[in-house]
Design a protein around this ligand. Structure first.
Ligand code: PAF
Length: 290
């Protein structure tokens, strides 16, 4: 069966209502399009929890800063639909801007605390844009579950908090990071990298993996773990680290000592392209034996 393209909130409501009448569990994957295998793995993840999956494609202006890539963000609808058809998605919601933000739109959802650190520090207003658009999309689609990738770990934490605080009756599911063969996390922005930057970008995962390995062997000093990852990334001369920090996975607050799993998160610039990645550090058995 081919994927249905829905353009308005009414079309989505009607379609989802029909699915619900036939007792189907509804899964939702919000995206900004330019789909790559990482996005398609989110759809597969949604099918682990739902019978029917709807994907939204909306390049959300509210989450881009004035100097960011909103205008140039890749828009590849035809190709995206072909890919979604292949993975069996049931519907695509592809709204125009005024369907999401009609005239007079005046609301913003701000999740505090979790948005002060990491990307929140460098992209003011970004998470307000993300949580607002997700709240709108959740209100239109009303899914049972929604899937978000763990590459955007802070986004996942923000959405989980919002769903809890605003009592959306939606289960938020995190999906593992999907990586290229050399470890680079898949991202729609990887296509901006020049070949030499693309080669050097593999250092992110090398740095993160080395820190995870040391943490697994019992290293608990987060300063030391960060330094190890930073030195490996610094071997790529084009990499400019914006932040590299170990934080609590739920609160996104910095952690000084690993007394349990922590999230090592990094943002690096290669020229105009900004990449993010992360890995969970688990202090491991040697720590428990102390
Ligand atoms: O992760 C993304 O692609 C976007 O932030 C999202 C969740 C689709 C909201 O615009």
């Amino acid at each position: 069966m081919s994927v249905v393209v829905l353009r308005t909130a009414e079309e989505v409501r009607k379609t989802v209502e029909e699915w619900r009448c036939s007792r189907r569990i509804i899964g939702f994957v919000p995206t900004m399009g330019a789909l790559h295998p990482g996005h398609l793995s989110l759809v597969s993840k949604a099918f682990e929890h739902a019978d029917t999956v709807i994907v939204s494609i909306f390049v959300n202006p509210a989450q881009f800063g004035p100097d960011e890539d909103f205008e140039s963000y890749p828009r590849t609808l035809r190709d995206d639909i072909d890919k979604l058809e292949k993975v069996g998605a049931n519907a695509v919601f592809y709204p125009e801007k005024d369907i999401i933000y009609p005239e007079g739109f005046s609301t913003s959802v701000h999740v505090s605390n979790l948005t002060d650190t990491l990307c929140g520090k460098y992209r003011p207003g970004h998470f307000d844009g993300v949580s607002t658009v997700c709240a709108i999309l959740f209100g239109i689609v009303k899914p049972d579950i929604a899937v978000f990738g763990r590459k955007d770990a802070q986004q996942l934490a923000v959405i989980k908090r919002m769903v809890l605080d605003l009592r959306f009756d939606i289960r938020i599911v995190g999906a593992d990071i999907y990586r290229e063969r050399d470890g680079l996390a898949m991202s729609s922005r990887n296509r901006y990298l020049r070949p030499v930057e693309r080669t050097q970008a593999a250092a992110l995962f090398r740095g993160l993996s080395r820190a995870a390995e040391l943490a697994g062997k019992g290293e608990r000093d987060t300063g030391r773990l960060c330094e190890v990852a930073r030195q490996i990334i610094a071997k790529s001369p084009l990499a400019v680290v914006q932040y590299l920090e170990i934080v609590d996975q739920d609160t996104m607050k910095p952690v000084e000592r690993l007394d349990g799993p922590g999230l090592l998160a990094v943002a690096v610039r290669f020229g105009k392209t900004r990449l993010i990645d992360n890995i969970v550090l688990d202090p491991g058995a040697s720590y428990k034996e102390d």
